[in-house]
Structure formats: structure tokens, C-alpha cells
Write a protein that binds this ligand. Sequence first.
Ligand code: Q46
Ligand code: ZN
Ligand code: ZN
Length: 309
Amino acid sequence: MTRVPMKCRVCREPAVIDLRRHNANFCREHFVAHCEEQVRRAIKHFRMIVPDERVVVAVSGGKDSLALWDLLGRLEIPADGLYVGLGIDEYSDESHRYAREYAQSRGRTLHVVDLAADHGFTIPGAAAATRRAPCGACGLSKRHVFNQFALEHGYDVIATGHNLDDEAAVLLGNVLHWDLDYLARQHPALPAAPGFARKVKPLYRLGEREMAAYCVLERIDYQVEECPMAAGNRHLGYKETLNDLEHRSPGSKAAFLFGFLERAHEQLGRGDAGPDVELHPCPGCGAPTPGELCAFCRLRERAIPVTAS
Ligand code: Q46
Ligand code: ZN
Ligand code: ZN
């Protein structure tokens, strides 16, 4: 049987990728246009970024954040990058190199905050001291550093590279545990609040495979290795489950996530701290916190200091 070559849905030229979810194949040019369109729609639908706002992209050196930075450039949304050094041995050094090389090759500004140099600890050191899964300490540290950096440097918006697969996996975890607080806070655009910059996820309409293809087609070199501390991260299991489902029934992931955003999220409120929780500046770093020291400062106090590790 001869194989019929795939043709681009738009121009009928040979296609380079098939997207079963969209029931479409695309050539390189129209695949890039498709990615651009999905990001444009996301930004417009949730008013993620309005003209003249200052945007900082959380750049990890992986495919998603570099593709996001690139796509914002295509949409003529100027954005700087921020790389956070987590101190995860060669993995962090390499990731930093990919982020730096992309920034240099495109003439973009990449800021760097290094947990070891700037805060005296690393993620492995924090995980060992707290005896908890490293991803918890890592996520908390990244959120804190991005937010503080944005506020201190006058950025209005923090854009992260979370894609459709990431968001659907997080949603599955939150639904399995019926965690209403997390569900309320799961949204592609979290508004700014006193002490917090707006946080947006312009890639939530694009899947992991699309982002990898975008980087390959646009010749963006990225960190392909998985983080060595990811083992045991329960989201990986949720992703596999959703991939099985998607394989059997293309479009399931998008239906799950988009249905939640369109039909369920509003019923949950916006997931702010609520009127009864009073926030005050953390004595260690000034970030708003309901307790004495904020969670980041407590982690920093408990983590094994870099010099002793
Ligand atoms: S970097 Fe950090 Fe991820 Fe590594 S330790 Fe976990 S959260 S897996 S995105
Ligand atoms: Zn085409
Ligand atoms: Zn603090």
C-alpha cells in the first residue's frame, strides 16, 4: 500500500506534523502560524498582557519556556527572561547555558537569580533538610523568586511556559483529591494583588508535543534531559494516564482543561487568600504572608547552607 503524504490543511503543501486533536496537518509555516494563533487567543481571551506592560518570562532552558519567549517575540510583545539557578548539579548548569545561548542569539535580556549565590541554599540542600519531595521546595522557591524579582524590577506580568499537558495533569491531580483551594487558583491568568504580580500561562492551549516540534522547526536548542529530581513527581503519572486517554480519544486533554475553565472555574471564586486571612510583610523578605516568616524564608532557614553542603 502506498502511503499518501500528509498535506497541510492550509496550503496543501507537504505537512511536517499531524495534530490529531485538531484533525489537521500543517507545513512548517502554517504550524508556526497555528502556535502563534493559539498564544494570541490565550492572551486576548484572558487579557493576560495589555500593550505597554512590562513582561518577564520565567525561563528554565527547557522547550516550553524558550518557545514561549520566542512566540511572544513573534507577537511583538517585548519580554525579558529570568532564569533561576536551582543548584541541581550539571542539570542546572546546562539549563542555564541553553537559556543564555538563546538570549544571546536573539539579543534578549536574561536576568539570573541564583539560589546558592543569592540566598545561600540549593534545591537538593532544601529537600535534604526538609525530608520532603524536592519539587515542593523547588516550586515554592521559584514562585517566590519570580514574584519578588517582578515587583522589585517593575515588571507587571510574569509569564510561565506551562502547557496544555502540564495544566491538564495538575487539574487531574486537583480533581482526584478534590482540592478546592488549588482548583480555585488553577487559572491561566491570576490577577495582580497587593504584593503579587499578575501571573499568566500563554501556552495553556498548546501541547507538549507541539512545543517540542516548534523548537525543532525554529531551531531553538533546549534542555532535553528530565530534571534528575523529578522521579516520584506524581504529575508525571497523571501525564501518562492522560496520554493513554488522549491516544484512545484525541482531544480529551483539551476538553478536560477547557471545560473546567469555561464551566467550572468561575463557581470556585478566584482563589485569593480570602477576606478573613490578613497578610502582612514578612520580616525576612517583605513578601506578604499570613504567618510570622513567609514559607520561603522558613525554607531558607532550614535548608543546608551552601558552604556546609
Ligand atoms: S525543576 Fe524543580 Fe521541576 Fe526539578 S525539582 Fe521538581 S520542580 S522536576 S519543573
Ligand atoms: Zn501550509
Ligand atoms: Zn520571607
